[in-house]
Design a protein around this ligand. Structure first.
Ligand code: HEM
Length: 378
């Protein structure tokens, strides 16, 4: 365990698999971590109060006793039954999106495919008629930038606040909600009925969590397979399952690389003194490459039987959208195999067509992923 003064105003970093798993499950650490982020912008705190009020209520940032009952409620929207009900819709909208890709010439897989699918899926799940738009994408990017910034500036925090309020506004007119959708059903339940802000906080979190991460999983999955032409051929010929590929992408290049906790009370850990409210960063991405846990950890090996590791976390806060996001990424790979078997990456030297990774330390994703369906350009 190391202390990093430069990360998020100072943080302990855990990166061994067993340590990270301990951190995710330990009752000695608290999930309530947002206060510290906003407090570092001390003098502007009042300008960020609406942001803090919404952000700090999201399930992800709650401890017991508030966390458990709220999680049970939200998990209903992601049950096996709910997922089975959504499956045909997801397959249809993915199919339509893939068929609509340009037949020839370079295209950016992020902007032309990956970024709109999660918004359409969340819209179907929540029963909220929202269309993908530049404003929604910018909102998601602004929140991601805030979460990913080791030292958010006032500008970044205010942009994230704007974005959060824009997303919250989508839910401000209940008459727009599909009565059988998950958002409308949630509105009728405790504890959300008695506290509308609480409900809005969960819906905003779902919209953001569902969009940012799934966009990344789709793109990282396509990149992982298409950048290895022999693997893509194995997949196209039916010798490899999309589910196995997505599982290995989650382990080796998971969209969420880090999460955090705060120390509840002064304590000793690994011979070091940790103080109350110290930030502990749990590096899921590095844990998932720990040689003590995974055989040949840096190798992309879809046949391995070691699972996704900590890509979705572990313990009480483990991701509730795991089945949904996997379903989306698998559907995309399968649709590309059917409709674009000649998919290739565009080599970076082609004019203006460079793919680029995002620099956000929390989210592993691509800003652009340039592809073509013309034969053998790699
Ligand atoms: C590849 C995609 C995804 C990845 C890698 C991912 C990763 C994670 C991780 C690591 C956590 C635990 C964080 C912690 O313990 O601090 C988490 C929690 C959560 N995720 Fe995901 N997630 C993904 C997709 C989704 C989707 C699609 C949704 C919903 C639409 C979602 C909703 C949530 C929620 C609500 C929590 C909080 C659960 C709780 O606090 O009890 N995630 N996710």
């Amino acid at each position: 365990m190391e202390w990093h003064p430069d990360l998020y105003g100072g943080a302990w970093l855990l990166h061994r698999y067993s340590d990270v798993e301990w951190g995710l499950r330990s009752p000695l650490l608290s999930a309530r971590r947002t206060g510290g982020w906003v407090k570092r912008l001390e003098d502007r705190q009042r300008r960020l109060s609406r942001f803090q009020a919404l952000f700090s209520r999201a399930l992800l940032f709650l401890d017991e006793p508030e966390h458990g009952p709220l999680r049970d409620l939200l998990a209903l929207g992601f049950s096996a039954e709910a997922m089975a009900g959504l499956r045909p819709q997801i397959h249809q909208l993915v199919e339509d999106a893939v068929i609509g890709l340009p037949e020839a010439g370079p295209f950016d897989l992020v902007s032309q495919l990956a970024q709109d699918i999660p918004i359409r899926v969340m819209s179907a799940l929540l029963g909220l008629p929202i269309e993908p738009s530049p404003a929604l994408r910018e909102a998601s990017d602004a929140i991601a930038e805030f979460i990913g910034s080791p030292s958010p500036t006032e500008e970044i925090a205010l942009a994230a606040q704007e974005a959060t309020l824009l997303l919250a506004n989508l839910f401000s007119r209940p008459e727009r909600l599909e009565p059988s959708g998950f958002a409308a059903r949630l509105m009728k339940t405790e504890p959300t009925r008695s506290d509308p802000l609480n409900l809005t906080a969960q819906l905003v979190m779902l919209l953001f969590a569902g969009h940012e991460t799934t966009r990344a999983l789709i793109t990282n999955s396509v990149w992982a397979v298409v950048s290895r032409p022999a693997l893509w051929q194995e997949f196209v010929s039916g010798r490899l399952e999309a589910a196995a590929l997505v599982k290995e992408v989650l382990r080796l290049d998971g969209p969420v690389q880090m999460t955090g906790r705060r120390v509840k009370h002064d304590m000793q850990l690994g011979g070091r003194s940790l103080h109350s409210a110290d930030l502990v960063l749990l590096h899921l991405g590095r844990a998932n490459r720990d040689p003590e846990r995974f055989l040949r950890p840096d190798e992309f090996w879809p046949q391995r039987a070691e699972g996704v590791g900590l890509a979705f976390g572990s313990g009480p806060h483990m991701c509730i959208g795991a089945a949904l996001t996997r379903m989306e990424a698998i559907a995309v790979l399968e649709a590309l195999r059917t409709h674009r078997p000649g998919l290739r990456l565009v080599p970076s030297q082609v004019n203006g067509a460079a793919s680029s990774r995002s620099a956000n330390p929390v989210y592993s994703s691509f800003k652009r992923l340039m592809c073509t369906t013309e034969p053998a350009t790699l």
